[in-house]
Design a protein around this ligand. Structure first.
Ligand code: NDP
Ligand code: MG
Length: 387
C-alpha cells in the first residue's frame, strides 16, 4: 500500500490533539501514513512542536501575526501560509491525499469544499461545513466514499450503511447523551454556570461543542449533518436519548431489523478509522467492557430542549437559515461562557435571530459567509439587549 499523505486542519484542538495521538500510535505500529501539512488558528507553539515532530512540509495559521510567530519556530524549508486561503492551499497540495478537517466553526467550510473539489479523501470532524454549506457540498456531487465522517454518530452510520441498499432503510437514528443538565429541573437552568456546562457527562470535547451538547444544538447540527451525508428525507432521521453514549447510531431497516453501532466514548476510535479506512487496525485506545453494560434509550422529550427544535427547523428550511443558526449559536455560546447571558438565553437568542432572518439561497460560498456575518451581528445585538 502507498503511504497516505495527510493534511490535518485544527491540529491544536480537542480532535486535533487526539489525532496527533493516533498518528504517534500509527507511526509506532509502522502504519504507512505521513503528515504533509498541519494547520490551526492561534496556538502557534504546540502547532510548531507537532510540525517538527511529524516532519510536516507546510503549516497554516489564522493570520499574518501568527505566521510571523511560527516562522521563527520552524526549519526554514517548511512553508508557512495563513488565513482561509492558506487552509485551501494546504488541502489542494499535490503531496496531500487525505485531509482531516478538525477546525471548529464555519471557518472549516472553504477547506471542505477545496478538499472535495481537488478530489482528496476527507475525514470530516468539522460538522459546521455540512450545517452551513451542506447544499454546496452536495452540489459538488462527491463520491459517497470520499467523506469519512469523524463525528461519532456519523462514523457509526457510515459503518452501519456499508453494504445496505438505501431503499432498504426505514430510518436512521442518532443518539444524544442529553448533555450536562439532563437531570436538572427546567426551572434551575437560568442559574447554571459556564463551568457546569463544560462538565459533559460522557465526552471530553472543545468548549463550543460541549455547551452545544447541553442545549442539544449539537444534536440538531448532527441531524442536519446526517441529512446531507446519508438521507434524502428529513422524516427518515430521528434522535434517541441515550445517557450512556455507548450506542452511537442505529439503522432501522424496512424488514424490522435494527442495526446498532456501539463503542467506547473515545474519539480516537472514529479518528483512526477515518485515517485508515477501509482498513481496521488492532490495539484500539480503549475497548468496551460488554458484560454488565446497561443501555437506556428514550424518545426526545418534546419541550426540554427548545434550541434543538429551532436549529432543526433552520436546517429543514435550508438556504442561508442554518448558516445564521450556526453563527448566532457561536456568538451566544461565547457570551454564555463569558457569563454575559444566561443558559436559557442561548435558545431565546437563536429564536430571536432566526425569526428575523430573510432566507436566501445558499448557492455560493459568499452567500453563506454573508449570512454568517449577519447572524453574528444580530446575535451580538441580542446579547447587548439581554444584559
Ligand atoms: P476545539 O475548539 O478544541 O479546536 C478547534 C481547532 O480549530 C483548533 O485547532 C483551532 O486552532 C482551530 N481553528 C479555529 N479557527 C480556525 C481558523 N479560522 N483557521 C484555522 N484553524 C482554526 O474544537 P474541537 O476539536 O472540539 O472540534 C473541532 C470540530 O470537530 C468541530 O466542528 C466539532 O463540532 C467537531 N467534533 C468534535 C468532537 C470532539 O470530541 N471534540 C466530537 C465530534 C465532532 P487554535 O486553537 O490554535 O486557534
Ligand atoms: Mg457527535
Amino acid at each position: 500500500m502507498n503511504a497516505r499523505r495527510l493534511a490535518l486542519l485544527g491540529a491544536t484542538g480537542s480532535i486535533g490533539v487526539q489525532t496527533l495521538d493516533v498518528l504517534r500510535t500509527l507511526k509506532a505500529e509502522g502504519y504507512p501514513l505521513s503528515v504533509t501539512a498541519l494547520a490551526a488558528g492561534t496556538r502557534v507553539e504546540p502547532l510548531a512542536a507537532a510540525a517538527r515532530e511529524l516532519g510536516a512540509r507546510a503549516v497554516g495559521v489564522g493570520g499574518p501575526d501568527e505566521a510571523r510567530a511560527i516562522r521563527t519556530l520552524l526549519p526554514g524549508d517548511v512553508e508557512v501560509v495563513h488565513g482561509p486561503s492558506g487552509l485551501e492551499q494546504l488541502t489542494r497540495r499535490d503531496d496531500v491525499d487525505l485531509v482531516l478537517n478538525a477546525v471548529v466553526g464555519a471557518a472549516g467550510l472553504r477547506a471542505t469544499l477545496a478538499a472535495l473539489g481537488a478530489g482528496k479523501l476527507l475525514g470530516l470532524a468539522n460538522k459546521e461545513s455540512l450545517v452551513v454549506g451542506g447544499e454546496l457540498v452536495r452540489a459538488l456531487g462527491p463520491d459517497p466514499e470520499a467523506i469519512i465522517p469523524v463525528d461519532s454518530e456519523h462514523a457509526a452510520l457510515f459503518q452501519l450503511l456499508q453494504g445496505v441498499e438505501r431503499s432498504e432503510v426505514e430510518r436512521l437514528w442518532i443518539t444524544a447523551s442529553g448533555g450536562a443538565f439532563r437531570d436538572l429541573p427546567p426551572a434551575a437552568l437560568a442559574q447554571v454556570t459556564a463551568a457546569q456546562a463544560l462538565a459533559h457527562p460522557t465526552w471530553q470535547m472543545g468548549p463550543r461543542i460541549t455547551v452545544d451538547s447541553a442545549t442539544l444544538v449539537n444534536k440538531a447540527f448532527e441531524v442536519i449533518e446526517a441529512y446531507h451525508l446519508f438521507a434524502e428525507d428529513w422524516a427518515k432521521i430521528d434522535v434517541l436519548l441515550h445517557p450512556q453514549s455507548i450506542i452511537h447510531a442505529l439503522v432501522e431497516l424496512v424488514d424490522g431489523t435494527v442495526l446498532a453501532q456501539l463503542g467506547p466514548h473515545d474519539m480516537r476510535i472514529p479518528i483512526r478509522y477515518a485515517l485508515t479506512h477501509p482498513a481496521r487496525l488492532g490495539q484500539p485506545p480503549a475497548r468496551l467492557p460488554l458484560g454488565g453494560q446497561s443501555l437506556d434509550l428514550a424518545p426526545m422529550p418534546p419541550d426540554r430542549y427548545p434550541a434543538f427544535h429551532t436549529v432543526l427547523e433552520a436546517g429543514t428550511t435550508g438556504g442561508t437559515a442554518p448558516a445564521v443558526a450556526n453563527a448566532a449559536d457561536e456568538v451566544l455560546v461565547a457570551a454564555f461562557l463569558e457569563e454575559r447571558i444566561s443558559f436559557p438565553a442561548i435558545a431565546e437568542g437563536l429564536d430571536d435571530v432566526l425569526g428575523r432572518h430573510r432566507v436566501q439561497p445558499a448557492d455560493r460560498v459568499e452567500a453563506v459567509e454573508a449570512a454568517d456575518g449577519w447572524g453574528r451581528a444580530e446575535a451580538r445585538r441580542f446579547v447587548e439587549r439581554a444584559r
